[in-house]
Structure formats: C-alpha cells, structure tokens
Design a protein around this ligand. Structure first.
Ligand SMILES: *[C@@H]1O[C@H](CO)[C@@H](O)[C@H](O)[C@H]1NC(C)=O
Ligand SMILES: *[C@@H]1O[C@H](CO)[C@@H](O)[C@H](O)[C@H]1NC(C)=O
Length: 434
C-alpha cells in the first residue's frame, strides 16, 4: 500500500523532469518507507498557538517521566545552524525548553540585536523541535538562573555547544550544572555562522552596487564573480541532514494539500507567519523553494543570500511545513497541480517584486479557481532584514572599536596600537561601500 503512494511520487519525478528540475525530498525517496504514511497529522498544530503565555504543552504520557532539556541563546539572525543545534538538543530529551536572551541583556553584552524579541520568539517557537520558550534568559547563565531552571522549570539537563563559555571572571558558565551532573554537550558542526551571513550580505550589496554602476542590464545573472563563488562552497548538504530535518510523512489519503512557493531567503518572522497561515488552510503544507538561478533571475543578481539547500533546511525546520520541493519552478503548471494533488495555491500579499513580471506564475491555479492571496501578517521582507543586519553590523563595528580604544587607553598598553590602527582601517573598509 505504501508502495503505491511512493510510486505516485516517483511518477511525478519521472514524468515531469523538466517541470521540477529539482529534487522532491521525501522520506520515501531516501529509503525510509516503513513509517512513511504511518502518522496522522501534525501533533504540534493542535497546540495552543499563542506564544505569549508559554510553559504549556506537556504531552501526557503514562508512566515514565519525560526528560526536559534546556538550551539558551540569542538566536539573533536565526539560521539553520541554530535549528540544527536545537534539533540535537531535543534528541537528548523528550521536551526542549529554549531560553531566549532578552533584548536588554543582548544590548548590554554585545550591542542591539538585529531582530526584536517578538521576531526572535516567532522564529524559535516556529521550530518543530521547540516545546517551550523562556523569554528572560540571562546572557551568561548564572547559578541563580540554573536554580530556577532546575526547580521552577523542572529541567533535567542543560545543553550547550562544545565551544567554551566563560563568564566575565573567567570561570566556566556551566560549572554548576556540570558539577550536578546535569550538563550535556552537543557538537557545533554546521558550516554557517552569523558572521558568515553578514559577510554574504555585505558582498551581495557590493555586487548590487557594481551592477548598478555598470547599468544593471549589462550584467548577466550567470556571470560568476569571485565573491559569489567564495560563499557557495561552505555548506555541504547531506541526505542524512535533510532526513533529520524532515517529518518523514506524506499526506494522508484524504489530505487537503496546500502549496506555497517562494525564495524563503534569510528566513524571517514574516515567513513563519505566512507558513502558519497557509498550513491552517489544509492538512498538508507543501512548500516550493525556488532555485538559486530562479531567484537571481527574478530578484536580481545579488540574491539569494542563502543557497537553495540552506533555504530548504530553514523551511523544513518549521513546524508548519510538511514537505518541500527543493528547486521548484517559478510558474505553477497544471501537471504540477495534478502530480501533487494540490487543492489550494496560496501567496502572500507582501513579497519581493519580480524584475521580469511579463508572466503571472499563478495563472494556472487562478484559472482553476484554486488560488488564494493571503494577507501577509508582517510587513517584513528579505531586503528589509538584510538592511537591518547591515545597519546593525556597522553599529557593532563602531561600538566594538570604541570599546577596544577605551580598553587600550585604560591599560596604557601601546603594543596594541598597531592592531587599533588595523581595526580603524577595517572599520572604514566596512562602512564605505554601503
Ligand atoms: C543607464 O542606461 C540608461 C538607459 O537605459 C541611460 O539613460 C543612463 O544614462 C545609463 N546610466 C549610466 C550610468 O550609464
Ligand atoms: C486529492 O486531494 C483530495 C482533497 O483535496 C482528496 O480527497 C483525494 O483523495 C486526493 N487524491 C489522492 C489520489 O490522494
């Protein structure tokens, strides 16, 4: 029986190779057919979706007490590396409680965050592995807070990455938890960091500028330029990682399948909310993620910031998403609607404009009467996020330079003067091109 469904998907891939040009990732494809159609629905969606009063949903299970694990972070500029860390943390217990560092604490410790608390909360609580969120975690964990975690929140284990975390006085922030035998470590492996993303946006904005200087249309999207090439090689998607992020379930026999597509670049709170809205309109949400070439063609040469596989992981990590098409076509065809048995195609009212809009990609679903425009819940786009990240980065460079300057004068150690001059140069280098 399962086999039949699987071949239904295979047929799609085989019959319309030109249409999809990408890869339909399902657990079946990756050889996990046993539980493929076993589950019913998405358990999380029955959860209360207001995240303001958190600390709610403990799934009741008779007998054994559920292990509660805790992991904290700023989760500013959220990316799939964070999602992967939280996925690993969740695997060490039954319920994952995430501690979000408050805006005030971030400001005090490293300057203003790019994303506000409400945006960071939307992103973190939208992850399929997160069960609860605490919104007033300290920047560096304290013994007092640990005590609260163990007693008030009934945490069994505190989880942290394998990078050392030292308090200002040089002691290990997790010493108390380690001593109590309630500390567990995960590996930080993912080939992306917030700094890396800032670098990409920086070089992307530089590219944009140089394109404009050369009068835009002259520059072909395919043209390989060094900055783009250099940020391509970092992340190597493996099939195992994709499986780890997948639900591993196909649609049930009578499922109403909703389709939404887009670039989902620099995955942000606006994306989370539109996915949630889309998922509520059916039983199964299929998300089409446009290929890098398609995004460049329609949004400009300097996009996307994140590559197809990175964008796919970010979308897959969302609790509202059931399945993704990695590299979906720009235009939705009749074949595609039939193959995936799509009942409804949706699109947000707020989206980046296409450069070549001679053709309506939603013409077919519109003519079939299965298209719906969804009011975008948040007035936020990839471009606005990128701008905020850059503005924030400049402020950060200025602040840390000033701090460094002060520290040198305080210590009167002039051997650092050379470094200081270097930093000032770097500072101007960073700010000038924007
Ligand atoms: C760019 O091209 C337009 C015509 O397409 C022209 O009017 C304009 O002067 C050009 N700008 C530069 C900087 O060459
Ligand atoms: C296609 O979707 C509809 C619901 O919109 C469902 O009733 C039908 O069974 C589905 N067909 C297949 C072949 O899964």
């Amino acid at each position: 029986m399962d086999y039949e469904h699987n071949s239904w998907i295979w047929e799609g891939v085989n019959y319309y190779p030109r249409v999809f040009g990408g890869l339909m990732v399902t657990a079946a494809l990756l050889g996990l057919s046993t539980s493929y159609f076993g589950g019913i629905g998405v358990p999380y969606l029955s959860l209360p979706c207001s995240w303001s009063n958190l600390g709610i949903f403990h799934k009741k299970k008779s007998g054994k007490r559920r292990i509660r694990v805790y992991m904290d972070g700023c989760f500013d500029l959220m990316h799939y590396g964070h999602a992967n860390a939280l996925r690993q943390a969740k695997a060490l217990g039954d319920e994952l409680v995430v501690g979000l560092v408050s805006d005030e604490e971030i400001v005090a410790n490293k300057g203003p965050p790019v994303l506000s608390m409400s945006e960071r909360l939307a992103l973190v609580s939208g992850l399929k592995w997160v069960d609860e969120v605490i919104t007033d975690a300290p920047y560096a964990i304290t013994e007092k807070f640990l005590d609260r975690l163990f007693h008030e929140y009934k945490i069994d284990y505190v989880i942290h990455g394998d990078d050392p975390c030292l308090l200002p006085d040089g002691t290990d922030a997790y010493a108390a938890a380690k001593k109590a035998g309630r500390y567990k470590q995960i590996k930080r492996t993912e080939g992306v960091s917030s700094t890396d993303i800032v670098g990409r946006i920086l070089s992307s904005l530089r590219n944009k500028k140089s394109c404009e200087d050369h009068n835009g249309s002259e520059v072909k999207p395919q043209e390989e330029n060094p900055s783009q090439a250099s940020h391509i090689a970092q992340f190597l998607p493996t099939s195992r990682r994709i499986v780890q992020f997948s639900n591993g379930k196909g649609p049930g026999p009578n499922a109403r399948i909703v389709y939404i597509d887009g670039a989902f670049d620099l995955f942000h709170a606006g994306h989370v909310e539109i996915l949630k809205k889309a998922r509520e309109l059916g039983d199964f949400l299929l998300v089409g993620i446009h290929s890098d070439e398609t995004v460049s063609e329609h949004r400009g040469n300097h996009y996307p910031i994140m590559h197809l596989h990175e964008r796919s992981l970010s979308v897959l990590a969302s609790r509202y998403v059931d399945e993704v098409i990695i590299g979906s076509p720009w235009e939705i065809t009749k074949d595609m609607i039939t193959t995936f048995n799509i009942s409804l195609v949706v699109h947000g009212t707020i989206a980046e404009k296409s450069l070549n809009c001679e053709l309506d990609p939603y013409e077919v679903p519109k003519s079939m009467g299965i298209f719906r425009l969804l009011e975008s819940p948040k007035d936020i786009t990839t471009a606005t996020v990128a701008q905020r990240i850059m503005a924030n980065h400049e402020a950060y460079v200025v602040i840390s330079s000033i701090r460094f300057f002060i520290s040198i004068f305080a210590s009167q150690d002039l051997t650092n003067l050379q470094i200081l001059i270097g930093i000032v140069n770097l500072l101007f280098e960073c700010i000038r091109p924007i």
